[in-house]
Structure formats: C-alpha cells, structure tokens
Design a protein around this ligand. Sequence first.
Ligand SMILES: [Zn+2]
Length: 168
Amino acid sequence: MKNPAWLGEPFAIKDNKIFLTKKVAKRLLAEAQEAFPYEYSALLAGRGATITACVPMPVSPDKHVFAWDGPTFLQALQHIRKLNLQWLGVLHTHPHTPPIPSIHDIAGWHYPTLSYWIVGLATAQPEWCVYQWVQDGNSGSFEARNYTLTDAACDDEEARGSSAPKNS
Ligand SMILES: [Zn+2]
C-alpha cells in the first residue's frame, strides 16, 4: 500500500538518519516544560528526513497517557497539508518516567513509517529519544535511532524528491 504524499517516510530517505531543526527542538522543549507535570504532545512535520515544523496538540488531562480526539487530530493534519509539508512524526513527553515507549505507546501506534519521539522530563536534563517502528511478523517494536540537530531546514535535492507533496 502506497502512502499518500503528505504521509512521510523520514527513515527511508537517508538510511535511518533523521534531522530536527534547533528552532523546532527549542519550541518543543519550552512547550513540554510548560505543560509539566502533564504530558505534552505534538505532530512533527517537514520534508524528506528533516523536521522543520510542529503542531502542538491539546495537553492531556491525564498525567500518564496522551490521547487526541478525532477532529483535533484531523485539523492538525490539515494544517500540515496546508503548509505543504509532510507529516513526519509524533512527539510526546514522559513527565515522570524515562523516555522508553510504554505498553500504551506500543499498542496505540498506527503509523509505522513515521518517527516516534519521546522526551523524558523526570531527569534534571531532558532526555530526547527517537524511535522507528520495526515490524516483525505479526508484532513489532520500537528501535532507538540517532538524530541530528540542524541549524536550518536544508531544502536539498533529496528532500525535494519523489516523496515531496505535489499539488495537482
Ligand atoms: Zn509514552
């Protein structure tokens, strides 16, 4: 099944390498800390393998899970499409636990091509982790990946390749 153009495959672009602009990282961390002790979550968008934008989601009233209602989620996706970007991932915080995917995280993840970010806020220094879903038969698991912080969105050749959204 082929993904629609707005649904990215960030890990497929540069051999599992993924990039996040410093500007977006800074904004995410500030908003995550503001939401503390509640879980913060956001959709991540960009082109190819580089995340250049984020769409914050409503802060969860529950301290241990994040959940989005359908209309809010669809609105966020529409926003990404309007910006002519691709949806590249999801980020949420673990305010009280290490940034390791929980049983709920694993059960609730339905977009295996996207990047899955968790920021752990239980330690003095926030801990950032990014995971890729790896399917193995009927089950699967999150595997930790490295990421690179970049100064600006590098809109290079690869990022503008066949996976970029097209207006038709
Ligand atoms: Zn979680």
